[in-house]
Design a protein around this ligand. Structure first.
Ligand SMILES: [Zn+2]
Ligand SMILES: [Zn+2]
Length: 163
């Protein structure tokens, strides 16, 4: 995989750094289930304090997905928040000692370079709902005649209530 989201800690100044990444669908290992259109744009503020790095920002992207109710393909824009912390770890220390669980994505790294691609990939996947719908209230497909009730009306329901 092409690495397009590498970050070198020493290239950042102490304090605030503005970062921008452009990710292609290929970078994000998009596939049949994850159809990313155009490019994903990542805007970040990286706050460096010593060997600690706090990332705050957002990933803007467009995906082509299928409605969970009517199965129609639609395109949706998302802006997924990034909230992550990277801490440089002494290789001699065990991972388990430092692992904590709270609301922040915390990762540990040992070399000077951090690959942010796995983080971005996870954030994008989590931003897309498990059962996305094409509109607020998708009317779905008529189980009887098969028309998409968002665009057409059929007589099935009326007939059923009359009967
Ligand atoms: Zn739908
Ligand atoms: Zn019908």
């Amino acid at each position: 995989m092409k690495k397009s989201a590498l970050l070198t800690l020493t290239s950042l100044v102490q304090g605030q750094n503005r970062l921008h990444f452009t990710l292609s669908a290929k970078d994000l290992a998009a596939n049949k289930d994850l159809k990313i259109l155009d490019k994903a744009e990542v805007e970040l503020v990286a706050l460096r304090s010593g060997d600690k790095l706090l990332l705050e920002g957002a990933i803007d992207f467009r995906v082509e997905i299928n409605c969970a109710i009517c199965a129609e393909t639609f395109v949706k824009n998302y802006s997924a928040p990034v909230h992550a912390e990277y801490i440089k770890q002494n290789p001699r220390l065990g991972r388990s000692i430092l692992l904590t669980s709270d609301e922040i994505d915390r990762s540990y790294f040992q070399s000077e370079t951090i690959d942010l691609l796995p983080l971005f990939h996870d954030i994008i996947l989590l931003a897309i709902p498990i059962a996305p719908t094409c509109r607020e209230e998708c009317k779905g497909i008529c189980p009887n005649c098969g028309v998409n009730l968002n665009y057409e009306t059929c007589r099935c329901e009326k007939a059923a209530t009359k009967a």
